[in-house]
Structure formats: C-alpha cells, structure tokens
Design a protein around this ligand. Structure first.
Ligand SMILES: [Zn+2]
Length: 433
C-alpha cells in the first residue's frame, strides 16, 4: 500500500527536481489481471548528491536502475523507491508488473458478459499513477510523456498522444503514440479494447468532423468510440453536435484555441464517475449514451459541456497543489452553465443552477462539516473530502458573483492572462489569478 504524499514532501521534490520526460512501455497482453510496465524517467536535480524517492505501487519490481547502478527493489517501502546520490542529470528505469483490477483506479479491466470481450482503462486520478508506471506523482512536476502499448489481437488503443504506429487492423502488436508535453503524472491515460468508431451523423464511419491537425484552421478533430453493441445508438449524433458547439463557444469566449488538435470521446463500460476529461481524451459512462437519445433531456449536454471546459481549466492550467482543486471544478461548472445558455438551447440553465446547485451549496454550507472552497490541505485525499456542492456549486457561484462585480469582460481578461503567460507553449503550469 502506497503512502500518501504530503505537501511538505511534494515541496521538497519540487525544489530538488525538474522532470524532463517519461518513456512508458506497457504490455497489456501478458494476462487478464496484470500488465508489464517499464518506465524510463529523465530528470535533473538542483542539488547533486541529494536523495529523494520515486513512486511505484507494483505487484513486483523486477529491476530498477538509477544512472546505470542497479537499485535493490527490496528497498521499496510504502510505494517509494529511494533514489540516493542523485546526479545533476539522471536516468531511472524501472521494470515492474502492475495489477489490473476492477477497482476503477490504476489499470482497470472490464469483461463484456455478452461476448467475453475485454476492455482496459488507465485512470490515474488523483494519485494512482504509480499503480501504472514509476513516476514523481505530484501535480506540479509536469513532464513530456510518451507511451508505447502492446495489445492483444482485435484491440484499438486510445491515449493522449497521436498514434504514430500501430499494427494492421485486427492484429496484435504495438501501438506507439507521440510525446505529449508538460503532463502531470495523474493525467496519464489510455483505453484499449475492441472499441469501434461511431459515425458522426448516422452515415459511414467518419471519425467525426475534420479540420484538426497541427496549426489547424478548423475545429479540433472529434472521434467518438464505444463498444460495438452501442454503435447504432440514437444518442451518438447529439454527442458530436454538443461537443462541437461547446468547443467553439469556449474558444470564442476565452480567446484561446482548444489546447489539443483532437478530442477522442470514449464511452467506457462501468466508468465510476459520469465522465472524466483528460488531455485530448474524454471518457463518458455508457448509461449516459441512452439518456443522450432524449432530446428533451439536457443532462448529458451539461455534463459534456462541463468536461470540455476542463480542457482549458484542469488540463491547460491548474493549481500546483490540491488546495485549489475547487478552481478547475468551479470554472468548468461556471462555463458549462454559460455554454448551456449560449449554445445548447437551455435559456433557463442559470435559473436551474440557482434552484438546484446553489441551493445544495447553501445547504452544505450550513452543516457542521462545511469547509472553505479553498484552504491548505496536506494530501490529495484531504482535498477530495470537501463536500461536492462546496467544490463545484459554491465555487461556481463565487465566480458568478465575481463576474457580476467586475463584469464579464474583466473576468475574461484575467483568463486570457492565465492561459498565455507561463510555462511551455500551450501548457502553462499554474493559475496566474
Ligand atoms: Zn469536473
């Protein structure tokens, strides 16, 4: 069992390290309950000779090598691999067997009872990245991430990077993805299995509206995937239309292009939350696809709008530690209500927020268990114990109140500042407000 990383420990690693890259090799074909995980981490140390630790929560570590010197896997305690005597520039390789469970955390598997097909999802939020690969798992140590995955025959694989190479259709083999800059370890994801691509408009499989690619002029490329049994769902065309509309709205409102050239939307079986947004990949739980078929039900559109907003607030910019978890959730909620009003045909969205979301926040605030929307927390788990209405709805209400006080234009000007002023191109590291 891995020990939770504390704010003090994270700050020490931040002061000591700059992580440059992760090269991750995953083999999902080794068995039903395990996967082989090999990671090469390159990082620099500002105090040569210092000691730190890397995070790995594996069933077995077969080999760990730091700068050519083997480390003893038996030294791993509480999911921490000691790294003594760091050089200015370091390379760490760790070869491990990791668990594939049905917990929804780390590498998660699902077997379709209808045909026995298997599906795999890597979910590293909030602190499960070490269950998939060896890393420095904290939100302010971002690095370039490259993944290579070996899958069984008949599987398709989706990850944050673009597909560079893949086996012939239906064949077992290796999928290689492009490097993605400035990723947090808990943003790492992939999903794999016999998914199919859904047609955008009921016609032949098209992969959705085109126009993406580097330096694109058009919108981000959308692709929707699901299990074969769901490919004819009447809710699918609405998914394309909703996400296309909200992406265009956010680009115009925020004055910042969608940070990714493409967005893969995957309907995942037995996903625990309704949906999750990661860089270039959105996961949606399957029951929402049935609900999306009802044109009078705006629930699914609201969720998609919330998740798409996380491409900017959560993926593009986010707080350096867990104190301000609320900010990404509150901004995503605020923007989703604005999008619902502006482009999703829901003129009463803010009234609904006042009656439902804001009311639940008032209720949570009157309980003895209430907490501020932002306050120092020692661990990720502590931040996640805040009542949901406080993090989401009270936070969104606070931003709406701010908009009422300073005006929409002034609010957007701050957002422009935040998204263009720091960090790697397109991937600033911290909020600037
Ligand atoms: Zn959210």
């Amino acid at each position: 069992m891995a020990m939770a990383l504390t704010r003090t420990e994270a700050a020490r690693r931040t002061a000591l390290l700059q992580v440059e890259s992760y090269q991750i090799f995953l083999d999902l074909s080794t068995g039903a309950d395990t996967a082989r995980s090999r990671t090469e981490v390159r990082f620099s140390c500002r105090e040569p000779g210092a000691t730190t630790f890397a995070d790995i929560d594996a069933l077995a570590v077969h080999e760990a090598v730091l700068n050519g010197v083997p480390a003893d896997p038996a030294a791993i305690t509480d999911g921490r691999l000691p790294l003594p005597g760091l050089a200015a520039a370091n390379t760490l390789t760790v070869d491990a067997t990791v668990a594939m469970t049905t917990s929804g955390s780390g590498l998660t598997r699902y077997t379709d009872p209808a045909d026995g097909s298997r599906y795999v999802l890597a979910n590293c939020f909030p602190t499960a990245a070490p269950r998939v690969f060896c890393c420095f798992d904290q939100p302010d140590l971002r690095a370039s991430v490259t993944v290579t995955v070996t899958v069984p025959a008949g599987w398709t694989c989706v990850a944050t990077g673009e597909v560079l190479a893949r086996p012939a259709d239906g064949a077992a083999g290796i999928w290689r993805f492009s490097a993605v800059p400035a990723m947090k370890p808990n943003e790492f994801t992939l999903c794999a299995g016999p998914y199919v691509t859904a047609p955008a408009d009921g016609g032949p499989e098209s992969g959705g509206p085109q126009g993406g690619g580097p330096d694109r002029d058009g919108p981000a490329r959308l692709t929707v995937r699901c299990r074969p049994a769901l490919a004819g769902s009447p809710g699918l065309p609405g998914i394309f239309a909703t996400v296309t509309a909200v992406l265009g709205y956010y680009e115009q409102l925020l004055g910042v292009r969608c940070p990714y050239d493409r967005l893969d939307i995957v309907f995942v079986p037995q996903l625990a939350p309704p949906a999750m947004q990661l860089p270039a990949v959105m996961y949606v739980s399957e029951p929402l696809l049935q609900r999306a078929a009802d044109p009078g039900d705006g629930h699914v559109a609201a969720i998609l709008a919330h998740e798409a907003a996380h491409l900017w607030f959560g993926c593009l910019v986010e707080a350096g530690w867990w104190d301000d978890l609320w900010l990404a959730e509150a901004m995503a909620s605020y923007l989703s209500y604005a999008a619902a009003t502006a482009v999703l045909g829901q003129p009463d969205a803010w009234a609904e927020f006042a009656m439902m979301g804001q009311a639940s926040a008032y209720q949570a605030d009157e309980m003895p268990s209430t907490q501020p929307i932002s306050s120092p927390v020692d661990t990720a788990a502590h931040a996640l114990t805040r009542p949901t209405p406080i993090t989401y709805s009270k936070g969104a209400a606070a931003i709406r109140q701010l908009a009422a006080l300073v005006g929409d234009e002034a609010l957007r000007a701050e957002q422009d500042c935040a998204s263009t002023s720091a960090g790697m191109p397109g991937r600033p590291h911290r909020w600037r407000t």
